[in-house]
Design a protein around this ligand. Structure first.
Ligand code: G3P
Length: 223
């Protein structure tokens, strides 16, 4: 299982983090993680999983899996397929790729069957509670309105982080909570940990920056 505290970089579908660019950033995360001993992971488009997992040692996640078993599902992402090319887990229900509750449940079950980690995203405390009842190993709370913005969730809405941590703990103490949206620097990461989360899920803070390695190092500077 993903070790914590952890910094998870979600590459999304930015040009700057697709294909060869995804691999370059993944290698940077890998290098800094090995050098500092801080846990890091990357979440990449399914098309980039193999190249990244073949070339780095930190965990590689799929950005999405679909609620299916092998069979006739043209164009969908089969959990077995992401595992076979080296993913150790998947994001599920990211705000940019939402699923209904029944499908989230099915994806979590399929991932568990295949021994894939599950980082299930939630948009508020109520959704965090609903997801906690499904017992994924990780839940990531990210208010959609702060995603891609300049203000970190830990500053703009710290209560959603601590509120999710407390609510989840009451339902299933084994579910670890991450937080994300607008996370940009070491102070944001330190605050995320203070609020009770086990790490952050971030994207644009690294991907859109000119000096990515500097940002990666800054993110872990307060840990
Ligand atoms: O999955 C991470 C994410 O949605 C947060 O994005 O750009 O606000 O770090 P960003």
């Amino acid at each position: 299982m993903l070790k914590t505290p952890v910094i998870v970089l979600n590459m999304k579908t930015y040009t700057e983090s697709t294909g060869k660019n995804a691999l370059d950033i993944a290698k940077m995360m890998d290098k800094v993680s090995i050098e500092t001993g801080i846990n890091m992971a990357v979440s990449v488009q399914s098309i980039d999983i193999k190249e990244c997992s073949d070339n780095i040692s930190i965990p590689v996640f799929a950005e999405h899996i679909d609620p299916i078993k092998p069979g006739s599902h043209t164009g969908w992402i089969l959990p077995e397929a992401v595992k076979s090319v080296g993913a150790v887990g998947s994001l599920i229900n990211h705000s940019e790729h939402r699923l209904n509750l029944a499908d989230i449940d099915f994806c979590i079950s399929r991932a568990k069957e295949l021994d894939l980690d599950q980082i299930v995203c939630s948009n508020n405390i109520l959704t965090s509670k609903a997801i906690a009842t499904l017992s994924p190993n990780f839940l990531a709370v990210e208010p959609p309105e702060l995603i891609g913005g300049d203000i970190s969730v830990t500053t703009a809405n710290p209560d959603i982080v601590s509120g999710s941590v407390n609510a989840v703990k009451d339902i299933d103490d084994d579910v670890k909570v991450l937080c994300g949206a607008g996370v940009k620097n070491g102070v944001d990461v330190a605050r995320a940990i203070e609020l009770g989360s086990v790490g952050v899920l971030l994207a644009s803070g690294i991907i859109k920056s000119k000096n990515k390695e500097k940002i990666i190092r800054d993110l872990i500077s307060e840990l």
